[in-house]
Design a protein around this ligand. Structure first.
Ligand SMILES: Nc1ncnc2c1ncn2[C@@H]1O[C@H](COP(=O)(O)OP(=O)(O)O)[C@@H](O)[C@H]1O
Ligand SMILES: [Mg+2]
Length: 141
């Protein structure tokens, strides 16, 4: 487990980029943190670290965004789901099996869909621009 202090949205993005750069396909990145913590900012950095130039915004209404290039990043926002069953209904296992990195905002809603091998990213708001970011299960580049 490692802890980092981020002082800006850009620094949070940079941590996401360093996490995702060498992350193997099929990895689930389970994200925790309140509204406005910086989960989407972190995923935006992940996309950049994976060499994807797509526009990254929270899939709050669509549930899933797919960022495709030489590598694949699937971005989930579970805020509107009632539980893991609904995630399986939208094809969770297919996403896992296709070897994409899966970043999941509001993971607390779908804990039962995980197998215990996920990378966990927890973002805590310390102040307007200060965030404590805890990463478990992977090293940064
Ligand atoms: N250190 C920081 N890291 C990430 N976001 C920050 C930071 N400081 C301020 N912010 C602001 O907090 C908000 C985070 O939004 P977002 O990434 O959409 O959060 P979430 O997806 O967790 O709801 C943005 O408005 C961003 O500018
Ligand atoms: Mg978000």
């Amino acid at each position: 487990m490692s802890e980092y202090l981020s002082r800006s949205e850009g620094e949070t993005e940079e941590l996401g980029a360093r996490l995702a750069k060498n992350l193997p396909g099929g990895t689930v990145v389970a994200m925790y943190g309140d509204l406005g913590a910086g989960k989407t900012a972190f995923v935006r950095g992940m996309a950049r670290g994976m060499g994807l130039s797509c526009r990254v915004s929270s899939p709050t209404f669509t549930i899933v965004n797919e960022y495709l290039g030489e590598r694949e990043l699937i971005h989930f926002d579970m805020y509107r789901l009632s539980g893991a069953d609904e995630l399986f209904d939208i094809g969770w296992e297919d996403y896992l099996n296709r070897g994409a990195v899966c970043a999941v905002e509001w993971s607390e809603k779908v804990e039962d869909a995980f197998f215990g091998d996920e990378v966990r990213v927890t973002i805590e708001k310390l102040s307007d621009s200060g965030r404590k970011i805890t990463i478990e299960g992977a090293e940064l580049c």
